[in-house]
Design a protein around this ligand. Structure first.
Ligand code: 4AD
Ligand code: MG
Length: 478
């Protein structure tokens, strides 16, 4: 099934057996005694070195072997003469699949800025940095499925097109087949969505949770892992308009079980990356260290592997929102008026507050619980005091919120009251409300932003660099 990958070839014994390499040229170097071609096929961060003798190939052919060109090389796998690699390939033959013109191929072997690479998202997977990120992203996704499978969860495919606004935030992309130039109107003059494809207003999902809850009320433990869309106009390094979210939902789980699961789950997937992505993580750690060299001592980051190991080995700090507000009120930046946004019970914590708690005060991941009901979604279970809900946010250093979740309101009357309170039409989510009528049960769940996880594990600083083709305001080119 296809040729051996470079990753596999690099692990073989150099016994002069005949091998075929297929990949893209990273560099070509000609010296008096030999021609060296470094080839990469994306299977690993490492290139394989292929060596030819001077004069072995025509100058015409060698001119087409340039950075970015795609080759098939046949030769013998031998022990490398040089340092840096155990094996190399003594070339017998070169076939050029595709050339890459030196004057127009943008990925010449030099350092490129991440901003520039975003403009050539069609080619950036061929760089060491993006190759590493994409392989780590794959491993994390694989670990997600492995974790839930091991724990008896079922992968539930929730719809991409929905008619409900699960988060009640109203930041949705509309899905329609109506002719925008000739919108059908009712007698009252409003757009008549009865004539639209689904016979009603529809949008791209902002969360699979509501349907996920329906699954949990039958299969007990489910998870979703799919694309999620939010039309929030936030041009930040933490937001995408299209991102991937993992949402487990569990019947018979209370808030404490939910926290337990969230912590165990993120530690598991990070550990999986530590064990299975060693070379890529080492490359990214070095990259960060290089970047840090230009920064003053106090702005340098903790080495990547040390940071990841720390998270895996230490218990997350757990406290209530109310306790967190007390800490913030007593904090130096609050007293010295250094926070940009005011602190007080009832505020929606801003990222400066979250980062103070995580990075300055506790110096580890934090799980905040029991937020005021006013700032959280309608579906969260009301605490006995009637003021707070059984919410939980997991906050990570350098990231802020990585997970949001809660125990769900399982009492029909209380849920209906909240639905009215926040102005949702109960008719639109009658099916959701019915789970509380027919065999209701305590249940909980959470959502992990997959790109925020990849951001944390790779140590990158912009979420646009951890998804192959990012979607954000004014950008959907590739
Ligand atoms: O906190 P959020 O909005 O929670 C929910 O959607 C719940 N329905 C989850 C649940 O309980 N099943 O989003 C969950 C996570 C956030 O913590 C964040 O990591 C990520 O999704 N997220 C985003 N990631 C990238 N870009 C965006 N625009 C994001 N919005 C949320
Ligand atoms: Mg949230």
């Amino acid at each position: 099934m296809g040729p051996l990958q470079i990753k596999e070839l690099l692990q073989q014994t150099p016994d002069a057996k005949s091998v075929t390499l297929k990949g893209w040229v990273r560099t070509k170097r000609e010296s008096k005694n030999a021609i060296f071609i470094a080839l990469n096929d994306g299977s690993t961060i490492h290139n394989i070195q292929a060596v030819a003798a001077p004069g072995q190939f025509s100058a015409e052919l060698l001119l087409t072997v340039t950075t970015g060109s795609c080759l098939k090389i046949t030769g013998q796998l031998v022990a490398s003469q040089g340092s840096g690699q155990a094996v190399e390939v003594k070339i017998d033959d070169i076939f050029v699949y595709g050339t890459a013109d030196v004057d127009s191929y943008p990925l010449q072997p030099k350092r490129h800025s991440l901003e520039f690479l975003r403009e050539i998202a069609h080619l950036r997977p061929r760089t060491n940095t993006f190759g590493a990120i994409l392989r780590i992203r794959h491993s994390l996704a694989f670990a997600v499925h492995q974790y839930f499978n091991e724990k008896g969860f079922f992968y539930l495919h929730t719809p991409i097109i929905t008619a409900s606004d699960a988060e009640g935030a109203g930041e949705m992309f509309r899905v329609t087949t109506l002719d925008l130039d000739k919108l059908p109107r009712t007698d009252e003059g409003v757009i008549n969505f009865k004539e639209d494809f689904f016979g009603r207003e529809a949008n791209l999902t902002v969360s699979g949770q509501l349907e996920g809850e329906l699954g949990a009320m039958a299969l007990s433990k489910i998870y979703t892992f799919g694309p999620t869309f939010r039309a929030e106009n936030s041009n930040t390094t933490r937001h995408l308009a299209e991102f991937w979210m993992i949402e487990p939902e569990m019947a018979f789980f209370e808030l404490e079980d939910n926290m337990e699961l969230a912590e165990d789950f993120v530690k598991y997937v990070i550990r999986y990356a530590l064990e299975n992505c060693k070379d890529d993580l080492a490359f990214l750690e070095n990259r960060l260290a290089e970047e840090d060299k230009n920064k003053p001592q106090n702005e340098r980051s903790i080495p990547l592997l040390e940071k990841l190991n720390f998270v895996v080995e230490n218990a997350f700090e757990r406290l209530t929102y109310t306790e967190a507000i007390d800490i913030l009120l007593k904090s130096k930046p609050h007293k010295e008026k250094k926070f940009q946004y005011p602190v007080g019970w009832g505020i929606d914590l801003s990222s400066e507050h979250e980062r103070y708690l995580v990075e300055k005060h506790f110096k580890k991941p934090v799980i905040l619980t029991n937020y005021p009901r006013e700032i959280k979604s309608f579906y969260m279970k009301l605490d006995d005091d009637g003021k707070t809900v059984r919410a939980m946010d997991v906050l990570f250093p350098g990231i802020g919120e990585i997970i949001g979740g809660s125990q769900r309101e399982d009492n029909y009357e209380k849920l209906l009251e909240r639905v009215h309170e926040v102005g949702i039409d109960p008719e639109v989510i009658w099916w959701y409300l019915e789970t509380r009528k027919f065999g209701t049960a305590p249940h909980s769940g959470f959502g992990l932003g997959f790109e925020r996880l990849v951001l944390f594990v790779t140590g990158m600083s912009n979420i646009r660099d951890v998804i192959p083709f990012p979607r954000y305001p004014k950008s959907a080119e590739f």
